[in-house]
Design a binder for this molecule. Structure first.
Ligand code: ME8
Length: 506
C-alpha cells in the first residue's frame, strides 16, 4: 500500500505581511509534498492562517472594519503569495472557518470528558487600557506595557486550564522511544531538558478576548489563541468528521515550524493529544532563523525581506533554490541578495544550466534534435555514481536535509560537465565517430532527465520547462521505479531547440 504523509506549516498570523520566514517554512513543506507525490505516495499538505486574537480585534477597529471583514481582506496576501511561489497545498485552513470552530469545541469537550480541564485563576501582569496579559519574558524592570508604555498591574482572572503537568513523564517516555520525533537533534535535547524541568498547567481560556472561539460550556470565555491554532492540524486531517481520511493521514503527521514556536508544538501540542488519547505526530522539525545582511529582520529596521520582490527580481526558482541550498535546514542563516545572485550564477547558470544547454545544443546540432537509445547506453561509471547520488538524496530527504540533498544532485551535474569536456563530442562529430557520439549524447540527455527528476520538488516550473525541452511533455506524472534507473527514460528523445534556463545575473 502507498505510504501517506501529512505535511503542515504553521498557520500564520493573518494580519502580518508575509516575509521570508513564512516563505521558508512553506517552501520546505511544498518540497516534501512534491517529493512524496512524485513517488506516488498519498500526501495531504496544509497551510493557512491564524485569524483570532486581540491584535486582529484592535487592527479591525482601527480600520473601521469588523474582525471578520479585516481577515477576509488580508488573507489573500498569503494566498496570492503561495500562488506566485508555486506552493501546491491541498488545504488552506483558516481558523475562522466554522468547521474549525466546531472541531476546537469538540476537542475541548473530549479533554474535559477525560478529566484534564479545570477552572482556576490565571494571574499575571496586565495592561488595563490594552486589555492584555503580558508574559514576564516580554517585560523589563519598568513593568510597563510593551505596546502602549503605560504601567502594568498584577491581576487575576478566572480561566480554564489544561492539566499539562500530568504529561511530563509520558512525554519524556515518548521522546525516548522516538528519537526522531523532534528534530534536529539539538532541538530534541532542548525539549527533553525543558520537560525534565517539570511542566505547568496551561491556561486555555480568556475572559478579555471577544474575537475568539467561545467555550461551548461557558461562552463568557474564549479559547486562548494557541489552543485554537494548534487544533487546526486536526481540523485539516478530518478529526471527528472524516474517519477514513483521519486514519490515513493523522498517524503520519509532519509539522514544520520555526524554532521560536517549537515549545508549543513539541510540548503543549503533544500534551493535548496525549490527553485526548490521540496518536502523536511523527515529527516536529524546527528550522532556524534568517537574519538579513547580518541583522535581525524587523519592521522597525526596515529590512524585512519581501518574497514578492525577490521573485519579481530573480524568478521563483532562484528564490526557492537559494532558500533551500544556502543553509542547512535546522540552522540559522543569513539572507542577502548578493549571496542569492552569487549562488544562482555559480550553481544554476554555470553548472546546472550550462550542462543542460551544452547537451541540448549538441543533440540539436549533431543529431537534428533526435536521439535514440543506443544498444550500448550503459556505463558503469555513470551507473555507480547515480546509485550513490540516489541513495544519499533519498536519505537526505528523509531527514529533511534539503541542502545536502541538493549537494548530492550537484555531483551528477559536475560529473556531466566534466564528461562533456573529457569526451569532447565535437571531436567525435568532426571525426565521424557516429556511434560513440550518439552513445555519449544519449547518456548526457538521460542524465539531464535524471537531474530534473531530483530537482522537480525544488524548482517545479524550471523542471517542467526542462522536460519540455527534452520532449517529455508528461514528465511530472508520478514516477515509477524504472524512471529512477539509468536509461529509464524514453526510447527516443526528440529535444527542442535549447534556450537557457538560468541566464547569468549581473
Ligand atoms: O507563530 N526566519 O505565526 P507567525 C525564519 N500563528 N523563520 C521565521 C522568521 C525568520 N526571520 N520570522 C518568522 C505563529 N519565522 C502562529 C503559529 S501554528 C499552530 C500557529 C517563522 O505568523 C516562525 O518561526 O508568527 C514561524 O514558523 C512563522 O515564520 C511565523 O509564524
Amino acid at each position: 500500500m502507498a505510504k501517506s504523509f501529512y505535511i503542515t506549516t504553521p498557520i500564520y498570523y493573518v494580519n502580518d505581511v508575509p516575509h521570508i520566514g513564512h516563505a521558508y517554512t512553506t517552501c520546505a513543506a511544498d518540497i516534501l509534498a512534491r517529493f512524496h507525490r512524485l513517488q506516488g505516495e498519498k500526501v495531504l499538505f496544509s497551510t493557512g492562517t491564524d485569524e483570532h486574537g486581540q491584535k486582529i480585534e484592535k487592527a479591525a477597529s482601527e480600520a473601521g472594519l469588523s474582525p471578520q471583514e479585516l481577515v477576509d481582506r488580508v488573507v489573500v496576501r498569503f494566498q496570492e503569495l503561495w500562488k506566485v511561489m508555486d506552493i501546491a497545498y491541498d488545504v488552506f485552513i483558516r481558523t475562522t472557518d466554522p468547521v474549525h470552530v466546531q472541531v476546537v469545541q469538540d476537542f475541548y469537550r473530549l479533554l474535559k470528558e477525560k478529566g484534564y480541564i479545570y477552572k482556576g485563576e490565571y494571574e499575571g501582569w496586565y495592561c488595563i487600557p490594552c486589555e492584555t496579559f503580558w508574559p514576564e519574558s516580554q517585560l523589563d524592570q519598568r513593568l510597563v506595557c510593551p505596546d502602549c508604555g503605560r504601567p502594568l498591574e498584577w491581576l487575576k482572572e478566572e480561566s480554564y486550564f489544561f492539566a499539562l503537568s500530568r504529561f511530563a513523564e509520558p512525554l519524556l517516555q515518548y521522546l525516548r522511544e522516538n528519537p526522531e520525533c523532534v528534530m534536529p537533534e539539538s532541538r530534541y535535547n532542548e525539549i527533553y531538558s525543558f520537560i525534565q524541568g517539570g511542566l505547568r498547567d496551561q491556561s486555555i481560556s480568556r475572559t478579555d478576548l471577544r474575537w475568539g472561539i467561545p467555550l461551548p460550556d461557558d461562552p463568557h470565555h474564549t479559547f486562548y489563541v494557541w489552543f485554537d491554532a494548534l487544533v487546526n492540524y486536526l481540523t485539516v486531517a478530518g478529526f471527528g468528521r472524516d474517519e477514513e481520511k483521519f486514519e490515513i493521514f493523522w498517524p503520519h503527521a509532519y509539522h514544520l515550524v520555526g524554532k521560536d514556536i517549537l515549545r508549543f508544538h513539541a510540548v503543549l501540542w503533544p500534551g493535548m493529544l496525549l490527553g485526548a488519547g490521540l496518536p502523536l505526530p511523527q515529527r516536529v522539525f524546527a528550522h532556524g532563523w534568517w537574519t538579513v545582511e547580518g541583522e535581525k529582520m524587523s519592521k522597525s529596521r526596515g529590512n524585512v525581506v519581501d518574497p514578492y520582490e525577490m521573485i519579481r527580481r530573480y524568478g521563483v526558482d532562484r528564490f526557492r533554490y537559494f532558500l533551500m541550498r544556502e543553509v542547512s535546514f535546522g540552522l540559522d542563516g543569513d539572507f542577502s541578495e548578493r549571496a542569492l545572485r552569487e549562488r544562482s550564477n555559480a550553481d544554476l547558470s554555470d553548472n546546472f544550466g550550462n550542462m543542460i544547454h551544452r547537451t541540448l545544443n549538441m543533440v540539436w546540432k549533431y543529431c537534428h534534435g533526435v536521439i535514440e537509445k543506443p544498444g550500448d547506453y550503459r556505463d558503469p561509471e555513470w551507473e555507480s555514481l547515480l546509485e550513490d547520488v540516489k541513495e544519499k538524496f533519498f536519505l537526505a530527504m528523509e531527514q529533511f536535509a534539503f541542502a545536502q540533498a541538493l549537494e548530492s544532485v550537484w555531483r551528477l551535474v559536475h560529473f556531466g560537465n566534466r564528461y562533456i569536456d573529457r569526451q569532447a563530442p565535437w571531436r567525435m562529430a568532426k571525426e565521424g565517430r557516429e556511434r560513440e557520439l550518439k552513445q555519449v549524447l544519449y547518456r548526457l540527455v538521460d542524465c539531464s532527465r535524471m537531474v530534473g527528476l531530483f530537482l522537480y520538488p525544488f524548482m517545479p516550473s524550471t523542471v517542467v520547462k526542462l522536460w519540455k525541452l527534452l520532449g517529455m511533455e508528461d514528465g511530472c506524472k508520478p514516477v515509477q521505479e524504472k524512471d529512477w534507473r539509468w536509461g529509464g527514460g524514453p526510447e527516443c528523445y526528440r529535444v527542442r531547440e535549447p534556450e537557457p534556463l538560468f541566464p547569468r545575473l549581473e
